[in-house]
Design a binder for this molecule. Structure first.
Ligand SMILES: Cc1ncc(COP(=O)(O)O)c(C=O)c1O
Length: 419
């Protein structure tokens, strides 16, 4: 079927966007979404709701991996950005900055243990790149280990870590230095670490793209002990799981460990200004004391991004937000349990706080449900590395009525897909 045939029936404005994007930017993506029955062009967005360009209203359960953790265009964050624009711009990365300094201090205060120094980047990928460079500098070793089901970004180094299909496509998998281990398997990890040539174990606390599988409760304490025993640094990638989504500010706090480095991004900028951050212990970040220009990025730590980040972190870390997440986690879980009991096709629920993944009894069950839910007015993304699962990411400021509405749509989608 030609593109014109696929987009026939859409409004002229939406057809124009489809054609432009197909012609000049993302031909394969346009075709893939059209073929999947998810012909979305996001138009208006507010809170946890999106409006497709054809007018369809959707609940947002993708929230772009946590980017819209606080919802789209959170009013206080929009005001903060506008207020920042009265006097600020991206700033000059060579010099100290008031807002950058304040956000670094706030991150140090909101992370456990000796996590102290922050280096800001324009994205999560680049923060992970810097975790790799830092670990190599500190340990004098080169090898990096990650889960074979992890995603840590798409830049040079971060793209080579973890699941490597994309890195292989571009000839940048660097297999000798970037190794993988199975998730939740301490024996396999020890077999690699005991060679004592691994600089860093980069961990995606719950591998999002695989559908947030949960580790054994003592897995991460064993990981911490193994890293200490064999001189490997431990970095937790909290880009998707951080910012209170797990019920604690950082998901690794659920497992009682403190890493040597932590990466955050996405929701830190409230979906309004791109910002990523690498937080390091004083010891690991000591290179910052001797080399002021070891990381140079024009947009890393932009002042507008830091200004928005201050407000986003303040709202995210508030006790009332923590309480809301605890309430939603129980409320949504009860509703999901009820549906799972009634629909055998819906066979698994993974949960930590408001991070949910729903498992279905078909190898592409998550994809089928994404399409069925889209038709019902809810956008949730399947897990790309295991398409039997659907990521079901509830925003931390949502309420019970929003959950009830979503549960109704989920039931209607289940009826359709199970039929
Ligand atoms: C766990 C994780 N780490 C890192 C990244 C990369 O972040 P960014 O897209 O900001 O480069 C992502 C992006 O989806 C992610 O999910």
């Amino acid at each position: 079927m030609s593109l014109d045939e696929k987009i026939a029936g859409m409004s002229p404005r939406k057809q124009a966007v489809m054609r432009l994007s197909h012609e000049y930017g993302m031909p394969n993506r346009v075709e893939t979404w059209l073929d999947a029955g998810i012909p979305m062009v996001i138009d208006r967005r507010e809170g946890y709701r999106l409006w497709d360009m054809d007018g369809r209203e959707l609940q947002d359960f993708h929230i772009n991996g946590g980017t819209y953790n606080l919802g789209h265009r959170h009013p206080e964050c929009v005001t903060q950005l506008l207020q920042g624009l009265q006097t600020l711009d991206v700033g000059n990365h060579h010099f100290p900055s008031e807002v950058r300094g304040k956000l670094s201090k706030m991150l140090a205060e909101h992370t456990p243990g000796d996590l102290h120094y922050t280096l800001f980047t324009p994205s999560g990928s680049e923060a992970n790149d810097m975790a790799i460079k830092t670990a190599r500098k500190v340990t004098g070793r080169k090898k990096i280990v990650a889960f074979d089901i992890a995603y840590h970004g798409s830049s040079g180094f971060s793209g080579a870590v973890g699941e490597s299909t994309n890195a292989e496509y571009f000839g940048s998998a660097f297999k000798d230095d970037f190794l993988t281990v199975p998730y939740n398997d301490t024996d396999a990890l020890e077999a690699v670490l005991k060679r004592e040539d691994v600089a860093l174990f980069m961990v995606e606390t719950l591998p999002a793209t695989f559908g947030f599988p949960l580790p054994d409760t003592d897995y991460y304490s064993q990981v911490r002990a193994l890293c200490d025993r064999y001189g490997t640094l431990l970095s937790m990638d909290e880009v998707q799981t951080g910012m209170m989504r797990s019920g604690k500010l950082w998901a690794f706090e659920n497992y009682g460990i403190v890493p040597d480095m932590m990466v955050t991004g996405k929701g830190l900028g409230a979906g309004l200004y791109p910002i990523g951050a690498l937080v390091m212990t004083r010891t690991v970040g000591a290179w910052l004391e001797e080399h002021g220009w070891g990381y140079v990025s024009t947009f890393g730590g932009s002042e507008l991004g830091c200004h928005v980040g201050l407000k986003a972190l303040e709202i995210t870390a508030a006790p009332s937000t923590r309480d809301n997440v605890a309430d939603l986690a129980i409320f949504m879980r009860a509703g999901l349990d009820g549906l799972r009991d009634r629909y055998p096709f819906f066979c698994d629920i993974r949960q930590l706080g408001v991070i949910f993944a729903l498992g279905f009894d078909h190898e592409i069950g998550g994809m089928k449900m994404a399409t069925a839910l889209f038709e019902q007015g809810l956008w949730a993304m399947f897990a790309s590395f295991d398409r039997s699962y659907l990521q079901f990411k509830l925003g931390i400021l949502a309420d019970r009525a929003f959950c009830d509405e979503a549960l109704g749509k989920l039931e209607a989608a289940l009826q359709k897909v199970s039929a």
